[in-house]
Design a protein. Sequence first.
Length: 160
Amino acid sequence: MRKIGFGGGCHWCTEAVFSNLLGVTSVLQGWIKSSKGDATEFSEAVIVKFDETLMPLDVLIEIHLHTHSATAQHSMRWKYRSAVYTFTQEQESQSKMILEEKQSLFEKPLVTKVYPFKSFQLNKEEYLHYYEKNASGAFCKRYIEPKLQLLLAKYNKYTK
C-alpha cells in the first residue's frame, strides 16, 4: 500500500473524488503542510492510500488535475493549494515527472506543485465522509457531483 497527499479545491470534494476510485483503500480528509517553499502553512487536502497495481500514480495525479482548478491562480490558493505531497524522494521525482507529462493535457500552465510531506491534521469527525453524509445537500449537488460525473465520463474504468 502506498500513500500520497493531494491539495486542490475543497477537501470535501477531493475526498469524494478519491473515495470513488478502484484501488484506493482510504482517504483521510483535513489539512496538510510541507516544510518547504510556499507550503509551510496548513491547506485543505487529503491523504490517499492506494494499491498501485490497481490505481497507478500517474492516473491518480491526472484525475487530481482534472477535478480541481489546476491551472488557476486565484486569491484562495493559500487555503486551496494545488499540490501533490510526497512521502519519499522517489515519489517526489516521479510526481514531478508526471506533472510535466500531464501538462500537455491542458491549454494553460499547471500551477500544481510537488512538496515533501511534513504533517497532517485530520478534520473533525462530523465533516469526514462529507459527500456520503450529505449527498442531497446543495453544496454536494453544486460542487461535488460535477466532479463525480467527470470521473464517470472520463475515468469510468477506474471508478468503483
